[in-house]
Design a protein around this ligand. Sequence first.
Ligand code: NAD
Ligand code: DAU
Length: 350
Amino acid sequence: MKKILITGGAGFIGSHVIRHFINHYPDYIIYNLDVLTYAGNLENLNDIDKNKNYNFIKADITDATLINDLFKEHNFDAVIHLAAESHVDRSISSPMDFIYTNIVGTANLLNAARAIWAENYEGKLFYHVSTDEVYGSLGDTGFFLEDTSYDPQSPYSASKASSDHLVRAYHNTYKLPVVISNCSNNYGGNQFPEKLIPLAINNIKNMKPIPVYGKGENIRDWLYVVDHASAIDAIFHKGKIGETYNIGGNNEWKNIDLIHALCKIMDKKLNRKPGTSAGLITFVTDRAGHDLRYAIDSSKLQNNLGWSPSLEFEEGLEKTVDWYLANQEWLHRVVSGEYQKYYDEMYGKN
Ligand code: NAD
Ligand code: DAU
């Protein structure tokens, strides 16, 4: 029975990763460690949280003593580290939250793993989940490869780049068994509605303006979150220690084209006259330092580990719209902050 610590499991991607591991690996004992920030929501795991192999630990990765104690108590065999502050716009207004959680928090986990494994690394793994934003911004052509130089542009991406460097440094210096993946933009159910796609779906549903930064010319490479979870599975089980793998959907969309595609789907689903939702598009002030284009070359992962995305974007987008329309209560509670009140009552404010 392998004991696997998954950090950030109450968040968007983490909850899909936990569901994937619980459903595919009944022999693993999964520990979900999450402090439940505004982005953490245990409702995301309602369907699996009664599983006997699932455990929740409410803890803050910036608390070194607590993290060390938890590693001593549970003696985890492996870590899949997703906990992070993840929203670029918030990193512009509150960079220190990103520095504490993404950099100091990652260092605390590395130190705890190193101490408990005590250089007996047989069967151990520290898997760090990162982002393509560490590579900076592309022009009109080219792709991010695993050896593309780091050039982060926002406090968020700089904090993630810093955490990647720490993970590699612990491998080089202490031989800690690590693997890193850098993924492009995810979309799907359970994403907090501060990110472009769920924010737009929520606004379209409520006939509110859809804020498009600048002229909507920026390009992102979108991957369905369930496919990110299956890529993490492939890398966790078959990835080579010390290596980095890029994960992406080979699916580039200009923001404005994506929003138009979304508006068309929403018009159809809500029985609106074609063009109604697109009428909500509103161009607003651009994000400071807004990266122009991200595009991932994931051929290393595809060729060496046999992973590929399972869905076409149009199908994934429609599934995503269906999820949000079917989960209006979830969306309402998240937007109204009611779920935070619930957690405070349920788990206390600490
Ligand atoms: P999210 O914001 O939805 O979830 C983050 C989770 O981490 C939340 O549950 C939150 O409560 C938890 N957390 C935050 N600070 C914590 C702390 N100090 N201690 C313990 N838990 C804490 O994020 P996401 O979009 O699911 O991203 C997960 C990971 O994947 C992040 O590391 C992010 O950098 C990376 N990533 C995200 C994307 C994307 O498109 N969303 C793409 C590539 C990589
Ligand atoms: O590339 C991976 C990254 O993708 C992850 O590491 C981040 O955690 C994740 O948040 C995401 O970052 P982005 O900044 O690309 O995602 P976001 O959804 O915030 O924005 C997507 C694009 O849409 C971006 O070009 C900014 C634009 N945008 C965003 C919002 C929220 C708008 O035009 N209007 C908006 O209201």
